[in-house]
Design a protein around this ligand. Structure first.
Ligand code: F6R
Length: 586
């Protein structure tokens, strides 16, 4: 949550560089934004409420700047609460990602020392704390001492009008430094800097970095120097661009056949290694949040079916309360696109303390979850910028199919299935199919409620379909197991209520058709997603039968449906209200 960007170097367009970086990071938070630059011995600042859009900044030339795009936690969405925050002297400007859990205690202490606060944020205490400590220490020591007093998971970046340096420190929230010809860029994630450089340093927890004429990396606890180890990332600028598309969400939906093909063609070796790790574990748990959790649930069904192996699963935030039985033989496999989701990191840390082994299945190299894991597998989906996850979900499903067959030493079979699924995904994205979904969206765009049902491996598809629809179109949508309908929710079906029914060619087909009939006889309108049309369907979306890989393809039309519902309702599908891409706070 929140996007952070900083620049220090030879170019005198720091404000524009920072704003440009923020535009690339805006998917991390978009309530308000601000940029600060150092001009001589002063800080100039420009802050605004709302999304950045095509905004420009009105700031003087400078070669040192920092900026922030906010997802509000403490304090409403106001200009005062937006970052950067200044100290009383207006010499220090600070941006922050995280939550200072002890901010009230610190604030009281600072108020007694006559510091004046202008915002309701927890962030502002940090800049006043540094101001207090800088009275008796040099800049970097003041930052270090102050940061070490913060409770919680935080990342900060500070500019000082009296110094030619930017300092950043982190414990929990992500920060990446990029370097090109002696210029330095700082960002919450790599997508913000890829257009400038692919040479990056992922800051680890408990590290701080001083950027100026060169770079100094220090331990936050001891102040000792650490040798910075830069690495080269193989992302390209085009990967973080919308290309010909109007939104990232639709671009990422179209990327999906490529993602599946890549996994089918290049993952065999790493899947076989991971399958071996799974074979040796006593008790395997899949955990994830939101869409990632739905991928976990698909995994549970597929492992049962294909590998005859029981996998436990839980929403990651609940796994905290289910950990009592973990041992050093347990294997926790964390699914996370960003690799930064706090609800996943917390239970992983606790499981690690118990000696359990951790597997990270993530899209972001160097992310927190990636770094804390004993075994790592990248999704290889390329940057996912739309808040609603699409291609990372498909990558996770492709990986669980490969793994379930991998356990059986049958990755070849998985590969064939996936290549078949990739073809079907391509077909589902042909103009004729897309126009059909567009038409359905125009029919249902004014619906107040929708329901989605599925059984077996299509039950997680129903959950995922409902999540996708509601988060981008704001139409209330509930996903549930077909069998659950009669246990309560059917009371909500009345004339015209749209219901999406997944009825694939598997053991769930007849029961799903019965459920559809029950809904229809109460006035519900059925949108059937199936390999064949049925009398009970009012509308039909054909998804060819591909055995276990059907689950990969059947969500595609609903991703499209969600996208078009958002467009038809004038919602921004890339930046839904109240959401952010990377959920780094509890
Ligand atoms: C929904 C969505 C979220 C994420 C969830 C976990 O479309 O994107 O539900 O799946 O916030 O995020 P990651 O995968 O980054 O851990």
């Amino acid at each position: 949550m929140c996007g952070i960007f900083g620049y220090i170097g030879k170019q005198d367009t720091a404000a524009e560089l920072v704003l440009d970086g923020l535009k690339l990071l805006e998917y991390r938070g978009y309530d308000s934004w601000g940029v600060a630059v150092k001009v001589g011995k002063e800080i100039s600042i420009d802050k605004h409420v709302g999304k950045i859009g095509n905004a420009t900044v009105n700031l003087p030339k400078s070669n040192l700047g920092i900026g922030h795009t906010r997802w509000a936690t403490h304090g409403g969405v106001t200009r005062e609460n937006s970052h950067p925050h200044l100290d009383c002297t207006k010499k220090l400007a600070l941006i922050h990602n995280g939550i200072v859990e002890n901010y009230q205690i610190l604030k009281e202490e600072l108020l007694k020392k006559d510091h004046v606060f202008v915002s309701e944020t927890d962030t502002e205490v940090i800049v006043h704390l540094i101001e207090e400590n800088i009275k008796t220490n040099d800049f970097s020591t003041a930052v270090r001492i102050s940061f070490n007093r913060l409770d919680g998971l935080n990342a900060i970046v500070i500019a000082n009008a009296d110094s030619k340096e930017i300092i950043a420190a982190k414990n929990g929230s992500p920060l990446v430094v990029g370097e090109k010809d002696g210029d330095f860029y700082l960002a919450s994630d790599f997508s913000g800097i890829v257009k400038h450089t692919t040479s990056v340093l992922f800051l680890k927890d408990n590290e701080m970095v001083i950027l100026g004429d060169g770079i100094q990396l220090l331990s936050l606890s001891t102040g000792e120097k650490i040798v910075p180890e830069f690495e080269v990332i193989d992302w390209k600028v085009e990967d973080v661009d919308k290309g010909e598309h109007e939104h990232f969400m639709i671009k990422e939906i179209y990327d999906q056949a490529k993602v599946i093909t890549n996994i089918a063609n290049t993952y065999t070796e790493s899947i076989e290694e991971l399958a071996e790790v799974m074979r040796n574990a006593v008790g395997t748990f899949f955990i994830g949040a939101g869409t990632a959790f739905h991928a976990c649930l698909v995994g549970v069904y597929l492992f049962s079916k294909i590998a005859k192996k029981h996998i436990n699963t839980s929403v990651a935030s609940e796994f905290n309360y289910l950990e009592d039985f973990l041992t050093d033989k347990s294997l926790i496999m964390a699914f996370s696109q960003s690799g930064e989701t706090i609800d996943v990191i917390e239970p992983l840390s606790r499981a690690k303390e118990k000696g359990s082994k951790i597997v990270a299945i993530t899209n972001v190299l160097g992310s927190s979850i990636y770094r804390m894991a004993h075994h790592k597998l990248l999704l290889g989906a390329g940057p996912e910028k739309a808040v609603a996850s699409t291609k990372a979900y498909i990558a996770k499903l492709s990986i669980v199919i490969m793994l379930a067959y991998g356990i059986q030493k049958e990755t070849k079979k998985a590969k064939e299935l996936l290549l078949h699924a990739a073809k079907e995904v391509d077909r589902l994205l042909e103009k004729e199919q897309v126009d059909h979904i567009k038409k359905l969206s125009s029919i249902f765009k004014n619906a107040k409620n929708m329901y989605v049902i599925g059984r077996g491996v299509s039950y997680p598809s129903a959950l995922e379909a409902a999540l996708k629809i509601k988060e981008v179109s704001y139409i209330h949508t509930e996903g549930l197991a077909g069998g659950e309908l009669k246990h309560g929710t059917i009371a909500l079906i009345s004339k015209g209520t749209p219901c999406i029914v997944f009825a694939p060619n598997d053991e769930t087909y007849s029961a799903m058709i019965s459920n559809a009939t029950e809904i229809r006889s109460r006035g519900g309108v059925i949108i059937g997603v199936s390999h064949k049309n049925a009398e009970v369907f009012d509308h039909f979306i054909e998804v060819k039968d591909m055995g276990e890989a059907t689950v990969v393809a059947q969500i595609i039309p609903i991703q499209l449906f969600s996208y078009f519902l958002a467009i038809d309702n004038n919602c921004d599908p890339d930046k839904p209200r109240n959401l952010a891409k990377s959920v780094t706070v509890k």
